[in-house]
Design a protein around this ligand. Sequence first.
Ligand code: MN
Length: 283
Amino acid sequence: MWIASFNGNRLGVVEGDTIADVTTALDAIPPQTWPLSFGDPLYRYLDAVVARASELLPDAPRSPISDIVLNSPVRTPSKIIAAPVNYKKHLDEARDDVEINRGAHVRTIDELGVFLKSSTSVIGAGETIRLPFDGRRIDHEIELAAIIGREGKSISRDDALEHVAGYAIGLDMSVRGTEDRSWRKSHDTFTVIGPWLVTADELPDVSNLDFSLSVNGSERQNSNTSMMIWDVAKLIEYASATYTIYPGDIIMTGTPEGVSPVGPGDVLECRIEKIGEMTVNVR
Ligand code: MN
């Protein structure tokens, strides 16, 4: 199932160019009481919501996707776990470009491990990336995003994909500079997740997906997930050895070569095979 969040508080199922409104399927989520669980309750109760959505689908009202505003299919992740330099050619370009490396030695993912982005940086495809200041280079990074569906700690590589609810396109917007990644990549609107969630049962293998990003119609990034240095399972194994992962947590799997600066008015067209396409505006 392709599950979308839209128009602020609506839940939809995507069918081709239309979206079916199944918002009342959210009634399958039990009332929340304090203290709340970490994460996004949609993902903690996703199986029940999907079952209810399937029942509602035949009679659900439909709209063209072009008529609605897409929000992130994950709204309240407890954390966003991100892989630095997880594609060899991006490592090479970072080492070659002083605007990216600022004269510092660029380390590998084996040396760096993973980092966290602020959970409040998330927006959807229909929202707008807002550049926080002039005069700093801010780059696009297209990445496969894995969304966690099942809580876990110290998850083995063999079990890792059983904890994934599904996948989406991710944008890891990044200020270049010497500050820590957790600051450079955590500004409000700097994590775009969309256009929707493709549930893992429909996408059991993400190890060989073409993906690309264009800025104002000019292609900048074009790669394949087979070029990842640490795959999704390894990222989950590594991250969950440190912190419990919760339903709705986002794994940003790293970007390939071709990162470049964006400015106000730019339009980013993002595509991942078998997930879809999203067009995101920058202001
Ligand atoms: Mn990144």
